[in-house]
Design a protein around this ligand. Structure first.
Ligand code: SF4
Length: 165
């Protein structure tokens, strides 16, 4: 079973998108073919900000930390989301635990040339702890959570798994 230290950015992102997606992922269930959206996301990720090396935190991998101790994350979506903010917050939590006094997360959306800055406040730190606890609670659920309404499944790589009768 997953432990607190195993919780990574992908878990937190799925937590905010769909508990069922998180539950399936935690059980090692992987869609056979990644959706075109996911592949496109990886392509954007691969071709952006190539001058910086990712920072590997074990369960979490972030794009880079700048000299002012801001975590930078490059996103493939056009619009900011709660899931993206939660993921950035989680990386700040991890780095603080390692003794790096990060100021917060800056999310980059190269497709729309937007950036969003999320300072790592006391409230953000509390929410990061809550998110980890919620991931662990979803992991312990004996059965898969209900599906989202179909309209919210767009782009999810589990669409075929969930919706093929
Ligand atoms: S297809 Fe929909 S219900 Fe299934 S995991 Fe993805 S978002 Fe959740």
């Amino acid at each position: 079973m997953i432990s607190e230290d195993d919780v990574g950015g992908v878990h937190v992102k799925y937590l905010y998108h769909c508990h069922r997606q998180l539950w399936l992922y935690l059980r090692g269930i992987r869609p056979e073919h990644l959706s075109a959206t996911v592949q496109f996301g990886e392509a954007v990720h691969d071709t952006s900000y190539t001058r910086n090396s990712p920072v590997d935190l074990g369960a979490a991998q972030i794009d880079f930390v700048d000299g002012q101790r801001w975590v930078h994350e490059v996103k493939s979506a056009t619009r900011p989301s709660e899931a993206d903010a939660a993921q950035g917050r989680h990386y700040c939590h991890r780095l603080r635990r390692l003794g790096v006094d990060v100021q917060g997360a800056i999310l980059h959306y190269p497709k729309t040339r937007r950036t969003q800055r999320h300072p790592y406040t006391d409230d953000a730190a509390r929410q990061a702890e809550t998110d980890i606890a919620t991931v662990l609670a979803v992991a312990q659920a004996p059965a898969s959570p209900d599906r989202l309404p179909r309209s919210r499944c767009r782009g999810c790589s589990y669409t075929d798994y969930c919706w093929t009768e």
